[in-house]
Design a protein around this ligand. Sequence first.
Ligand code: PEP
Ligand code: MG
Length: 556
Amino acid sequence: METTLRGLGVSQGVAIGEVRHMGTVVLEPPAQQVVAEEAGPEQERARQAVAAVAADLMARGELAGSEAKAVLEAQAMMAQDPELIADVERRIAGGSSAARAVYDAFAAYRELLAAAGEYLAGRVADLDDVRDRIVAQLLGVVMPSIPDSDEPYVLVARDLAPADTALLDPSLVLGFVTEEGGPTSHTAILARALGVPAVVALPDAVGLAEGTVVAVDGGNGEIFVNPSDETRARLEASAAERKAAAAASTGPGATADGHRMPLLANVGGPADVAAALEAGAEGVGLFRTEFLFLDDSKNAPSEEKQAEAYRQVLEAFSECRIVVRVLDAGADKPLDFLTPAHEPNPALGVRGLRSLLDHPEILRTQLTALARAAEGLPVGLDVMAPMVADRADAKAFADACREVGLPAKLGAMVEIPSAALRARSILQEVEFLSLGTNDLAQYTFAADRQVGAVSRLQDPWQPALLDLVAMAAEAARAEGRSCGVCGEAAADPLLACVLTGLGVTSLSMGAASIPYVRATLAKYSLAQCEEAAAAARAADSAARARSAARAVLSAE
Ligand code: PEP
Ligand code: MG
């Protein structure tokens, strides 16, 4: 009998196949005692296990490249934290086995993070993953990992660690379903980068029996368990139709009646350039520069290193618009040399532009590196600041850019509701706006973007979020300025039409989504997009907003 479950669709596409679970979680090692003379060899075993896991994570990072690489390298650094290793050795000297010492030392580290107010779901999940890897290595058991199967399958897990998603083989993994995670979690962003359909925040996903056939609709978050022949045929036909339409769509983004909507790519560094060009991106709408900084959380990269990485991206998109975002550290992307260690609430603390204004030398080096990278290139360089709260923030950023003579158009991200509410005043200082809908949702709904339990509020179809988008777009229009969207909302083809109807002027997304957005946008006129936008805003829940827009656009 077919049953339907509902989670949050975070990566477009349809996957039909058998459920395969990640291996079971590493068990708690027994509290076994070691005699004093074995402490030395046991400590050596622990050091070797840590080194092996760190090397494995680095190697996975190399294989995966791009954004995943930075996440995996950060995990490798966690594994090698000298204080953590010292604690493990102390515990072994006190009589613990290596596996137990690692387990307990990580538990203490977790508590330390919690006490310091850094109990961030994302970091803790990464920390647990590192712990499980080291314990598994010491116990000689297989680390929970992607199932060993030659047949394609739908991967089901409580949550997927970056180390796992990074190596998903899209030819074997048809899609994935997780119990945790939200639409803007790292996992969701990586899934989209891989082009694998994904549904997150599905209650009791791990209860799906191994081998059950499911049909996953990564667009609307539906999971059909034991799908009927009719359901399969319907989903397969619509997926095939969408794929064919996406493959056939080329050229610049526009509505059916020719209203231009530049479709730009979100990139994390030079490694993402090829996919962006392949997808026909008309430029870069968000270059997340922090991935360059996450390589080494203790020091900022030199001006030369930065200039070289920026230049590679700028060269690839010469003649195009490239929007570079200056370093957005803090909260889910902490950096030791920038982020305060003892904030009670890091997402509401010193992050984004606030960190840079506290460390003007880091901002100056980055801006100088950008100016150097752009020298002699025919690019339309735009540089924007993350987490701008008000006009004073925008002015401080613009002053810093002018000080180094940066040859760029300056902009502000709208990620804090205050910036949407007072967009016109911010536009007195900078020339364009870019809506970061991931953080804008987080701050509008007071819902941590990394916590699965509040993911309902992270849904970009929430009408309150659409109201703020409309408000910022209208302010930009009144000031004769542009206002794009670079948050994940832009990657949803139907929502992209609604955003167009709300008056935004460009859409930037992961490369894999560009063909789908282009094809869907080309089906409707601007008036239809406006009608869908009005219908969505008139609704009083995300689900109703989506259905109302779909009823107008009669799209998938
Ligand atoms: C956003 O917040 O929407 C955004 C684009 O920035 P990031 O996801 O990198 O925080
Ligand atoms: Mg953001």
